[in-house]
Design a binder for this molecule. Sequence first.
Ligand code: PFF
Length: 460
Amino acid sequence: MDLRGGFTSRIGFILAAAGSAVGLGNIWKFPYETGQNGGAAFLLIYLALTFLLCYPVMVGEIAIGRKAGLDAYGSYQKLGGKKWGYLGLYGIICGIMILSFYNVVAGWAFGYFIEISFSDLLEEENYGAFFGRYVVDFWDNLIFSLCFMLITAFIVIKGVQKGIERASKIMMPTLFIILIALIIYSLTLPNAMAGVKFYLLPDFNEITIETLYSAMGQAFFSLSLGMGALITYGSYVDKNQNVLKSAATITVLDIAVAFLAGLLIFPLVFSQGQSPEQGPALVFVVLPGIFQAMGPVLGKLVGGGFFLLLCFAALTSTISLLEVPVAYFVDEKKIPRKTSVWALATLVFLLGLPSMLSQGAVEMFSSLPFYNGKSTLDFVSEVFSDISLPLGGCLMTYFIATRWGTKNMSEELAQGNPHYKGSFYERYINFTIRYICPVLLGIFSILIILDKFIGLDKLS
Ligand code: PFF
């Protein structure tokens, strides 16, 4: 354990895991998913699923990692036998593929930071058109996402304690402060209340099967669940830490940032007379407007600051995405950390090129004939995150239910939490992991696969 390093304090682990959770998923993806899926109704379902289903899944993942003290592959193998190791590998592959497109979007955020701070982005008249031009610019995208990957690699090379923990400690609190300041400003804009209504007053007619599984996929992605990231981070956690409390703090922090991001974006969307359903472009189209309205000096300062923080939030997530396969190569293949990091960073970057070119730059990647004409970025993101993460959660809970056993999990969770055994929490977590999660997540996964590849409307 000592050779692998570990988190130095409870707060260090919480910040690093919350840093993994809080990222583009909260500030970029959550608002556009909410916008596309009916607003407040989506938010409500998202919150319910997060507390009822995702929290136990998170506790289970951390428990597996802390018990085994290894990477995702090694942990499953150690606790479940050789075959279960494949479930760890499944997570590692998801991590690599998610990072490949995540790094492209992080590159956009990085590019916006540069364009606002050092160029004339705030003088544009139409941000929709600007974004459209921006994402097809090959060289900008290449350079910015390459920079992002390099910074991620440098931090991961430094290892858990020095790199990951220290980076998270500074970035998270600053992000909160700037978000709240921007929300206060945005709520004063004309027609802002229409956005608040859309976001907070649910219309239950809007709920469909798609709302349910989109919220599920979003919750898994946002909390970094279903691919062993928290098994890996859990393996660096001390035995005297209270896993239940840490997981609760991480969940609440993650939800808080997503909720605040929505509260910032929707008043802006409505005050600018935009559509909430624009998809992945949403925050890149809507946010520059607020910075423009602040005037050239303040706008540059606050806008640049915001996108810089978005980059930081993305960075603590890319770090954790890269750490999952790196831990595998270090623990299982005994390849030095530095070599593993450079090899994987190169691989991930190359795998991301088709996604990078899929926003109109290269037709072949922009419209996939076997995937309803959607882009490669959509394909990779939907297959490896929306579909694979809930499926990974289903298999992980099935593993605890049928192989490792909820009894062993309870033993592990009781360490650092002497009152756990026999408590309501224990019964709740065990029941959810044993019965609810495998079944419900299994059903969700089948529905998503059918819908994405065949179309649920065509089946009915
Ligand atoms: N949770 C991150 C976000 O919301 O941006 C994305 C992510 C990080 C997903 C790490 C999965 C993961 F293992």
